[in-house]
Write a protein that binds this ligand. Structure first.
Ligand SMILES: Nc1nc2c(ncn2[C@@H]2O[C@H](COP(=O)(O)OP(=O)(O)OP(=O)(O)O)[C@@H](O)[C@H]2O)c(=O)[nH]1
Ligand SMILES: [Mg+2]
Length: 554
C-alpha cells in the first residue's frame, strides 16, 4: 500500500476514476454506476459542492433551506411535501429550471415551483421531473455551494426515499436533519452510516428545537453524541435549528461555522470530498473485484479439475485414441471373416452352376488345346465377372456388418465422451454445452473391381501342337471341370479381399473422423480454460493497481 498522502491532484483522480469506470464496465459492476458518474462529474466540472439536506419526512428540511435563503422559496407543509430533488445555488438572476428525465428542460417562475416539487401538485412525480435547479442572488454569501432539498424518507410515499437515496453519491456535504420530536431513530442512524461512505463532511441538524426546553435540548444533543459514538464509533458536529425560536441566532451559528467555512475553503473542501468519494469508490470496486477474483479463482480451480479430468489417462486424447483403436481394430479384423463366411455359402452353388454349364457347353467347343484353353479362359472370366458383379451388387448389403458395427461403436463411444464432458462442464462451470449435430456417417465403400484373371498353372496349351486332341480331349475337359471349384473359390476370395480393403478403409476414415472430433473438442475446452486463466490474471493486475491507490485513513 502506498504511504498515506493527503495531497492529490484532480488529474490523478481523474485517471483513477477512469480506471475504476473501465473496470466496472469490464466486469459489469453496474451498482457503482451512479458513484462513478458522480466522481466523473466532480473531476470534470467546476468545483461546486452539493450540500445535501436529507432525513425523515417532515423533519423540517425544506423549512431549514428557506431559513438559509431568508425567504420561503421551497414549499413546506404538515403532510409529506417535497417530491423532487431541488438544488439551489447562487446566481446573478433569479431563475428556476426544470430538468426532465427525458433530458429536456424548461424555465419556470419561482412562484410555480410548488407545481413541480410538491407531492400535492405533482403527485408521484407524474410530470417526470428529474431535478429542479434554482439560482438566487440571495445566496451570494455561499459561492460554490449548492443546497439540495430532498424528499423525506419513511413516509407513505416510498419512492421519496428512493429518490433521496439515489442522490447520495452526489452529496459533497451531508446534513442529516433530525426533528426534536423524533430524536434519532434507527433509519436516521442507517442514513448517517450510509452517508459516511459518500462524504467526509457530515453535519447533524436537530430541528424544531422550539419544542424542547434548553435542558431537554442538551439532553437530546448528549443522547445523539453518545448514540453515534456507540453505534457508528464516530463524532459529528450537531447544530440546532428552529423556525419559531432563536431562528436568527441558530441560523447564524450554522452559517458561520459551516457554510461560510465551506465556502471560503471551497477548493480544499472539494479536494477532500473528491478524495473521499474516489476512495470509497475504490474500496467498493476492490471488494467487487475481490468477489470476481474469488469466483475466477474458484472457477480456475474447478477448470483445472476439469482440465485434469479431460486430460487424465482415462479421458486424455492418447487414452481415447487407444480405446477408439481397440474398437475399430476389432472391426477391421472381423471384416475378412464376416465377408468370407457370407461368401462361402456361394461356393457350392456357384461351382455347381459353372460345372453344369461347362458340362453342357464343352462338347460344342472346337479346336486345338490352345484354342480350347483360350475359350475356357474367356468363358470362366466372363462367367465369373458376371457372377461376381452380381454378388457384389446383391450381397454388398451384408458386407457392411463391421462397418455398421464400427459406426455404432464409435457413435456410442463419442456420445459417452461428450456426455462425460457435458457433465463435467455443467458441474464445474454451470453451463451446458450446445448440442452438436455431429454424427458418424457410414462411408459407402467404392465398388470393387470384379475383373477375373485366370490361367493354367502350367502352360500346357503352349505345347498344343504336340498334343493330339482326339486322345487327350477328355482329359482336358475333366481338367477344366476340376478347375471350376478353384476358380470359384479364388474369385470369391478375391471379391472378399477387395470388399475388405474398401470396408476397412471406410472404418479407418470413420476412426479418423472420431479422433478429429475428440481432438477438436479437447482443444476447444483447453482454449476456453486458458482464457479463464487470463481472466484471473487480469483481475489480479487490476487489484494490485487499484490497491496501490488506496490511502490509509489510519
Ligand atoms: N415547531 C416547528 N415546526 C417546524 C419547524 N420546522 C418546520 N416545521 C414544520 O414541520 C412541517 C414540515 O416542514 P417541512 O419543511 O415541509 O419538512 P420537510 O422535511 O421538508 O418535509 P418533506 O419535504 O415532506 O420531507 C411543517 O409544518 C413546518 O411548519 C420548526 O423548527 N419548529
Ligand atoms: Mg420538504
Amino acid at each position: 500500500m502506498e504511504p498515506a498522502s493527503q495531497s492529490f491532484s484532480t488529474t490523478g483522480m481523474g485517471e483513477l476514476v477512469e480506471t475504476i469506470s473501465k473496470t466496472a464496465s469490464r466486469f459489469h459492476i453496474v451498482s457503482l454506476a451512479r458513484q462513478i458518474k458522480a466522481c466523473e462529474d466532480l473531476v470534470r466540472n467546476t468545483p461546486i459542492i452539493d450540500v445535501a439536506i436529507l432525513g425523515q419526512f417532515k423533519a423540517g428540511k425544506s423549512s431549514f433551506i428557506n431559513g438559509l435563503i431568508g425567504r420561503p422559496i421551497l414549499p413546506v407543509g404538515v403532510i409529506p411535501v417535497t417530491t423532487v430533488i431541488t438544488r439551489i445555488q447562487y446566481g446573478e438572476r433569479e431563475r428556476a429550471t426544470v430538468r426532465y428525465f427525458d433530458g429536456t428542460t424548461s424555465q419556470i417562475s419561482q412562484d410555480d415551483l410548488g407545481a413541480y416539487v410538491s407531492e400535492a401538485e405533482n403527485p408521484s412525480n407524474s410530470k417526470d421531473v428529474d431535478v429542479v435547479d434554482i439560482e438566487l442572488p440571495d445566496l451570494a454569501e455561499y459561492p460554490g455551494l449548492r443546497f439540495v432539498d430532498t424528499p423525506g424518507m419513511g413516509s407513505v410515499y416510498r419512492y421519496h426515499k428512493e429518490v433521496s437515496e439515489n442522490c447520495l453519491p452526489e452529496a459533497g456535504v451531508a446534513i442529516p436533519v433530525i426533528s426534536a420530536d423524533r430524536p434519532l431513530s434507527e433509519p436516521d442512524l442507517q442514513l448517517i452510516e450510509e452517508l459516511s461512505h459518500h462524504t467526509p463532511r457530515i453535519i447533524i441538524l436537530l430541528t424544531k428545537t422550539d419544542l424542547l426546553t434548553p435542558g431537554q435540548q442538551d439532553e437530546v444533543v448528549q443522547f445523539f453524541q453518545q448514540t453515534l459514538k456507540r453505534t457508528l464509533n464516530r463524532e459529528y458536529p450537531i447544530f440546532l435549528y428552529s423556525i419559531h425560536k432563536d431562528t436568527e441566532t441558530l441560523r447564524d451559528r450554522i452559517r458561520n461555522a459551516v457554510m461560510k467555512e465551506l465556502s471560503s475553503n471551497r477548493d480544499q473542501e472539494f479536494g477532500s470530498i473528491l478524495l473521499h468519494k474516489t476512495q470509497t469508490l475504490l474500496r467498493q470496486c476492490l471488494s467487487y473485484l475481490d468477489i470476481a477474483m474469488k469466483t475466477s479463482l474458484q472457477a480456475d480451480q474447478d477448470r483445472e479439475l476439469l482440465r485434469r479430468q479431460i486430460l487424465n489417462e482415462k479421458v486424455g486424447y492418447e487414452q481415447l485414441k487407444e480405446e477408439i483403436m481397440v474398437i475399430t481394430n476389432e472391426c477391421l479384423r472381423q471384416t475378412r471373416t464376416l465377408l468370407k463366411n457370407h461368401l462361402d455359402r456361394f461356393q457350392a452353388p456357384l461351382t455347381e452352376k459353372f460345372t453344369n454349364r461347362l458340362t453342357q457347353e464343352l462338347p460344342t467347343w472346337k479346336g486345338n488345346l490352345w484354342k480350347l484353353t483360350r475359350r475356357y479362359e474367356a468363358w470362366v472370366t466372363e462367367g465369373m465377372e458376371t457372377e461376381m458383379r452380381h454378388l457384389s451388387k446383391t450381397e454388398s448389403i451384408h458386407f457392411h456388418g463391421t462397418l455398421k458395427k464400427a459406426q455404432t461403436g464409435l457413435v456410442r463411444y463419442l456420445e459417452g465422451f461428450r456426455m462425460m464432458l457435458d457433465e463435467n462442464i455443467q458441474r464445474v462451470l454451470g453451463i451446458k454445452l450446445a448440442e452438436t449435430e455431429w454424427k458418424i456417417e457410414v462411408i459407402e465403400p467404392e465398388k470393387p473391381d470384379t475383373r477375373v484373371l485366370y490361367s493354367f498353372d502350367i502352360h500346357w496349351d503352349l505345347l498344343w501342337f504336340l498334343i493330339p486332341m482326339a486322345i487327350f480331349r477328355g482329359l482336358f475337359e475333366r481338367h477344366f471341370l476340376n478347375e471350376i471349384p478353384w476358380a470359384v473359390e479364388v474369385n470369391l476370395s478375391r471379391l472378399a479381399a477387395q470388399w475388405e480393403a474398401r470396408i476397412n478403409r471406410a472404418i479407418e476414415e470413420m476412426r479418423g473422423q472420431a479422433l478429429a472430433y475428440i481432438k477438436d473438442e479437447i482443444a476447444t475446452i483447453d482454449a476456453l480454460l486458458s482464457e479463464s486463466a487470463d481472466n484471473t490474471r487480469e483481475i489480479g493486475e487490476l487489484v494490485s493497481t487499484l490497491q496501490g491507490r488506496i490511502i490509509d485513513r489510519g
